[in-house]
Design a protein around this ligand. Structure first.
Ligand SMILES: [Ca+2]
Ligand SMILES: [Ca+2]
Length: 250
C-alpha cells in the first residue's frame, strides 16, 4: 500500500515537471500581437490619411475637367473583411452672402449586388441600381474649419421600390433601417479643403460575400433649403454620364 502511494507520488511529480517544462517560454516564439485573431482593418478612421497613401491599387475617381458639380475633388474606396471605407477631398463652397460653407449634407449610394438592373436609379449616374443609401443630414462639416463624425447621425435606407426608378419617382420607395453604430468618420479642414474618411459595416448593406460593390457619393450645401448639389463622384462633366465606382470585396 505504502509502495503504491509512493509510486503515485512519483508519477505526479514527473507529470508536474513535464507540465512545468511546457510552460517555459521559448525565446524564439513570436509575441502574439492579435490574441483575438480579429482581421486587421486596412484603414483606421482617425483623421490621419497615411493609411490611404500606403494602399496600393485602390479604386479612385476624380471629376472631369469643367465638371458641373466641382465640390468633390477626389474619392477613393477600399474594403476589408468587415468594412467598406471611403475617402474624399472636398472644396468648401463660397456661398456669397452666406460666407464659406459650414454644413455639408452627405450621401453614399451602394449597389451592393453590383447589378445595375436591381435597385434604384439616380439622375446622378448612368448606371446605378443601388440597394442602400447612407445619408447624414448634418453631414461631415462641424463648421467652415472642422469636420464632424457622421456616425452620430447617419441613417441607412433600403431601396425597396420598383427596380430602375428614382426613389422619389413613381414606384420609388426607401425604408429607413433600424441600425445604429455602423458608421464612423473623421477628417480635417485646411485651406477650405475638407479631407474625410468614412467606414461602414459590410453586413448592414448585405455585402458580406467576396465580390464587388459599386459606390457613389454626393455632397450638398445649404444655399438652397432643399439642398443644393455641390459635389458628385464619380462624375464626368455633367451628372448621369458615368457609373458608380467599383470596389473589390475580399
Ligand atoms: Ca486614417
Ligand atoms: Ca443592384
Amino acid at each position: 500500500m505504502k509502495k503504491t502511494f509512493l509510486t503515485i507520488l512519483t508519477v505526479i511529480a514527473m507529470v508536474s515537471m513535464v507540465a512545468a517544462c511546457k510552460k517555459t517560454p521559448n525565446p524564439n516564439d513570436k509575441p502574439n500581437d492579435n490574441p483575438n485573431d480579429e482581421p486587421a482593418e486596412v484603414v483606421t478612421i482617425d483623421g490621419n490619411f497615411a493609411d490611404w497613401a500606403a494602399l496600393k491599387d485602390v479604386a479612385s475617381a476624380e471629376p472631369g475637367e469643367d465638371a458641373a458639380y466641382p465640390g468633390l475633388l477626389l474619392m477613393k474606396a477600399v474594403a476589408d473583411e468587415t468594412n467598406i471605407y471611403v475617402y474624399f477631398e472636398y472644396e468648401l463652397q463660397d456661398l456669397g452672402d452666406m460666407g464659406i460653407q459650414a454644413a455639408a449634407p452627405f450621401e453614399i449610394f451602394v449597389n451592393s449586388d453590383n447589378n445595375a438592373l436591381t435597385g434604384g436609379a439616380s439622375w446622378l449616374w448612368s448606371e446605378v441600381g443601388y440597394e442602400y443609401m447612407l445619408e447624414s443630414e448634418s453631414g461631415f462639416l462641424a463648421s467652415a474649419t472642422a469636420v464632424r463624425d457622421m456616425g452620430e447621425d447617419i441613417g441607412l435606407y433600403l431601396f425597396d421600390g420598383v427596380d430602375g426608378v428614382e426613389a422619389w419617382g413613381e414606384g420609388g420607395h426607401l425604408t429607413q433601417q433600424e441600425v445604429t453604430a455602423f458608421c464612423e468618420s473623421a477628417g480635417t479642414v485646411k485651406n477650405n479643403i475638407a479631407t474625410v474618411e468614412v467606414s461602414f459595416l459590410r453586413s448592414v448593406v448585405n455585402a458580406t460575400k467576396k465580390g464587388t460593390v459599386a459606390i457613389g457619393i454626393v455632397t450638398y450645401d445649404l444655399s438652397d433649403p432643399n439642398w443644393h448639389t455641390s459635389g458628385v463622384l464619380p462624375l464626368g462633366v455633367s451628372a448621369g454620364e458615368v457609373g458608380l465606382l467599383e470596389v473589390t470585396l475580399p
